[in-house]
Write a protein that binds this ligand. Structure first.
Ligand code: KG4
Length: 337
């Protein structure tokens, strides 16, 4: 075990953490949400510029909070992908600079492995497990028979579930990131709008969110053209039932097919209260253990990158200083860089 500085900058959070022998010493997150909110979504160029402005400050704060010096670090870890290319570059350049200056190993970490391993702050994994990764950029069901043995069993054919929440929120006039207000308003609404389940009738484990998004947009526009007011809480409830229902349906199928012992929720959408409660009910009925990450490590942060980095340090998974980012890095290729 070692003292590791971890850096995360794949989307709109600039984050740094220090971990020492399993103990999280700091977890600093600077979010850009307020800036991107004006545009209804993340503006990649602005994200890169803000990461550049903030990264040194965030790293400094993480080191100061941990009360350790750069000279004491055993390694520096960084998210190499997937994510926004320009945003990823900022974190990688910072990590490379520190690795070069202090002559310490550079550890490349897969962002989604980070979301999954965030759960290790709560308890050890019970293999074989199914990680349900639901975030702004990804929707995949990942089977793990052991540590770092990632097999994608099902994934979205098009949009990610979080992206769908954000777009639906925009058309309903709700603020970015859309998952939070939709989750809240759905509790006040009823399922009154007819939105078909994606890929219904198809024999597939795939997920899909682009059709659902288009159906909401068309429904809203049709109502507006007829001069009718959209009942926003009811639309949120109708949409959320379908969006979450699809995840529950696919999880149940995969769990039965692969006889998993434990299901883990991971990624920003795992903050969703309806997904949490529906998944809990379903897993209880199937007699399967469910692990839900605490709110503080659902959305992007560097503590989750630090957790993965500790394993990779032990496995000596180190990169050379010519490492590049990979915006589309597959989790199955986590050690191919
Ligand atoms: O994991 P994350 O922070 O960033 C990515 O790596 O993508 O996830 C951000 C996504 C956004 O799309 C946001 O709308 C969604 O997580 N989200 C939620 C909730 N809180 C955040 N979606 C549904 N319900 C929520 N309560």
């Amino acid at each position: 075990m070692a003292k590791i500085l971890a850096i995360e900058s794949s989307c709109d959070e600039t984050a740094a953490s220090v971990i020492d022998n399993g103990k999280l010493l700091s977890n600093i997150v600077s979010t850009q949400i307020d800036v991107h909110r004006k545009y209804g979504g993340v503006m990649p160029e602005i994200a890169s510029r803000l990461h550049t402005e903030n990264i040194s400050i965030v790293i400094k704060e993480a080191m100061e909070t941990a009360n350790i010096k750069f000279e004491e670090l055993d390694a520096v870890a960084v998210t190499r992908g997937p994510g926004l290319i320009g945003a990823l570059h900022v974190g990688l350049q910072a990590a490379k600079t520190i690795a070069m200056l202090y002559k310490i190993p550079l550890i490349p970490v897969h962002h989604l492995a980070g979301h999954i391993y965030a759960n290790e702050y709560i308890k050890e994994f019970n293999f074989p497990l199914l990680a349900v990764v639901v975030s702004g950029g990804n929707t995949e069901l990942v089977l793990m028979k052991n540590h770092f043995d990632f097999e994608i069993i099902a994934e979205t054919r098009d949009d990610a579930i979080g992206e769908c929440y954000d777009k639906v929120a925009r058309v309903l006039g709700l603020p970015y990131p859309g998952g939070i207000p939709i989750d809240k308003l759905a509790k006040e609404g009823e399922h009154t709008y007819d939105l078909p389940m994606p890929l219904r009738g198809e024999k597939t484990l795939d997920l899909s969110y682009s059709g659902l998004k288009t159906n909401v947009i068309n429904l809203v526009h049709n109502l507006e053209q007829k001069g009718e007011k959209v009942n926003v809480p009811n639309m949120c409830k109708s949409f959320q039932d379908v969006a979450v229902g699809l995840v529950i349906d696919r999880t149940e199928k995969v769990v039965k097919l692969h006889k998993v012992k434990e299901v883990i929720l991971a990624g920003g959408v795992s903050a969703n209260s309806y997904l949490r409660s529906e998944m809990a009910k379903k897993m209880e009925s199937l007699g399967i253990e469910l692990q839900i990450p605490p709110m503080w490590c659902c959305t992007d942060n560097a503590s989750m990158i630090a957790k993965v980095a500790e394993h990779l340090y032990d496995l000596k998974v180190f990169a050379t200083l010519d490492l590049g980012v990979d915006p589309n890095w597959s989790i199955e290729e986590w050690n191919n860089f």
